[in-house]
Write a protein that binds this ligand. Structure first.
Ligand SMILES: NC(=O)c1ccc[n+]([C@@H]2O[C@H](COP(=O)([O-])OP(=O)(O)OC[C@H]3O[C@@H](n4cnc5c(N)ncnc54)[C@H](O)[C@@H]3O)[C@@H](O)[C@H]2O)c1
Length: 260
């Protein structure tokens, strides 16, 4: 196993579950000191325990409500106090909510989805920007629903479109500190967010085995987050990286009826 992040400090929100948990495990395996932040403190602590024996020991758990700016500030202050630096922020916490089309999205659900998914990203970006290290990287989880509309959950899609705009708009603020910022736009991923059980990690050799336009695994997204945060992606900033096994790229092959 390589150690791409030896000596680096990584903060991950939404780290108690799904994509955030997979990323916490992988960043730690590659040498980072990982801070797992989540509204669910017990869940974040469990992930810290899970990675405790990995190369990046010194991991810590932080409780945060990303929708609250002061809570984000306190999270970053805790990392700076304990680790003295912040190289990578994977701002990944998110909420899908119970939506089944426009009729089912009332004002309260709209406000909640915007507060966690869009304002939460803004709060995290604002809180980490003043302290991110030279050469650092921020990766923010948007969604494929941040690139095309999602009739089942319009508020979620609006929030994730907002995340993409926010990330693009913050490139200069991070470049001024010698740092990069990018968005991730996954297609469907098997996690509790879409009602699946939390996920097992997969063997590296199994990573490519995804059916086209199928459901991905949390680790697929984590691997791309690691790459975007690494020096190998040093020429990439302000991008919305789609990872969806071609869900948005092509129609599924169809057998066209043969005309007369
Ligand atoms: N699973 C998918 O199909 C999918 C697809 C595209 C994008 N995403 C995005 O990926 C990210 C991670 O989702 P996941 O699929 O791993 O879901 P998940 O439900 O497994 O994990 C989300 C985590 O965010 C935490 N969280 C929720 N609200 C929070 C708040 N206010 N403050 C702090 N933490 C909070 C939850 O406690 C949970 O641990 C989200 O931003 C989600 O919108 C998921």
């Amino acid at each position: 196993m390589t150690a791409r992040f030896e000596g680096k400090v990584a903060l991950i929100t939404g780290a108690a579950s799904g994509i955030g948990r997979a990323a916490a495990i992988r960043f730690a395996q590659e040498g980072a000191r990982v801070f797992c932040a989540d509204l669910n403190l017990a869940g974040a602590q469990a992930v810290v325990a899970e990675i405790g024996g990995a190369a990046g020991s010194g991991a810590g758990a932080v409780q945060v409500d990303v929708a609250d700016y002061a809570s984000n500030q306190a999270m970053v202050a805790q990392v700076m106090e304990q680790a003295g630096r912040l190289d990578i922020a994977f701002l990944n916490a998110g909420l899908y909510g119970a939506a089944e089309g426009l009729d089912t999205v009332d004002e309260a659900l709209f406000d909640k989805l915007i507060a966690v998914n869009l304002k939460g990203a803004f709060n995290g970006i604002k809180a980490v920007q003043p302290v991110i290290a030279q050469g650092g990287a921020v990766v923010v989880t948007a969604s494929a629903a941040g690139v095309i509309g999602h009739p089942v959950n319009p508020a979620y899609s609006a929030a994730k479109h907002g995340v993409v705009g926010l990330v693009k708009s913050c490139v200069d603020a991070f470049a001024a500190r010698g740092a990069r910022i990018n968005a991730l736009c996954p297609g469907g991923v098997e996690t509790p967010l879409i009602g699946a059980a939390d996920v097992a990690m997969i063997d590296q050799q199994d990573l490519p085995r995804v059916p086209l336009r199928g459901i991905g695994r949390a680790q697929h997204v984590a691997e791309v987050a690691l790459w975007l945060a690494s020096p190998a992606a040093g020429f990439i900033t302000g991008q919305a990286q789609v990872l969806d096994a071609a869900l948005l790229s092509t129609f599924a092959p169809v057998t066209l009826p043969i005309g007369p």
